[in-house]
Design a protein around this ligand. Structure first.
Ligand SMILES: Nc1ncnc2c1ncn2[C@@H]1O[C@H](COP(=O)(O)OP(=O)(O)OP(=O)(O)O)[C@@H](O)[C@H]1O
Length: 237
């Protein structure tokens, strides 16, 4: 499992003369989980959106499975499952109808929907309207959506937001299952405990810059915890 699924080289994003993401480079191999860690406004969502092809970098290059978004948008998009941090669901649709709609768009067989609803624990709520769902239930439905195509790269923006402790653990199990199947996973979080439990590698972002990157094991051995490592990278005690 040493094939690079994602390669990010010198990627920057400038919006309205503000540097949102600056000169980020990393690569992630098959069967690995990377946590993008940083506080509010660090640039995590912007970096994920650029990798997802929803936003173009001002500078730098991104490849997913050796593909570039500009050269083959459709094939590029097919490699990726993306769970956004905020999503406006279609009004009036049930959970099952919502997934069916996305499955039809991505030409995914309907059987996969029941499998996914069960995986995210929504099989008994599938006929309920998404508008009646709690934040955590909506998160789980978004996760099911991201897994529709069994992506080569699964990206999740703040996936633990709104999840209770049980679903937090389940989410981590699911990520590890996806990794086991040979995909690469990137998720963003402010919760360093989640990164510590789930990730193989971390990248600390601050004001759009990489302020530290390495394996979780490396940071734990050197600093005792990711908290201590992150504080050190920010020059805090
Ligand atoms: N379209 C935009 N126009 C102007 N500024 C933007 C735009 N998108 C993002 N920003 C700014 O870029 C910075 C990084 O935002 P981003 O959402 O990527 O951070 P984040 O690390 O995901 O934060 P959070 O943890 O709060 O979700 C913020 O200061 C934000 O205000």
């Amino acid at each position: 499992m040493d094939k690079a699924v994602v390669v990010v080289e010198g990627v920057s994003k400038r919006i309205k003369r503000q540097n949102i993401v600056e000169e980020i480079s990393f690569s992630l191999n098959q069967g690995n989980i990377l946590a993008l860690c940083g506080g509010n406004g660090a640039g995590k969502s912007t970096l994920l959106r650029m990798i997802a092809g929803m936003m173009q970098p001002t500078a730098g290059r991104i490849t997913v499975n050796d593909l570039e978004w500009k050269k083959n948008r459709k094939l590029y998009a097919e490699q990726i499952g993306y769970m956004p941090d905020d999503f406006q669901f279609q009004h009036g649709l049930t959970a099952e109808e919502t997934l069916s709609f996305w499955a039809a768009l991505r030409k995914v067989p309907q059987e996969r929907i029941s499998e996914l609803l069960e995986m995210v624990g929504l099989e008994h709520e599938k006929r309920k309207k998404v508008s009646s769902f709690s934040k955590g239930m909506r998160q789980r439905l978004l996760l099911a959506q991201a897994l529709l195509v069994k992506p080569v790269l699964l990206m999740m923006d703040e996936p633990t937001n709104g999840l209770d402790p049980f679903w937090n653990r389940e989410l981590i199990k699911l990520m590890k299952q996806v990794r086991q199947e040979g995909s690469a996973v990137i998720f963003s979080t402010h919760q360093l405990e989640a990164a510590e439990t789930a990730a193989d590698q971390v990248l600390f972002l601050n004001h759009g810059r990489n302020v530290g990157a390495g394996t979780v094991e490396f940071f734990q051995n050197r600093y005792g915890s990711l908290h201590a490592a992150f504080n050190d990278s920010l020059g805090l005690d």
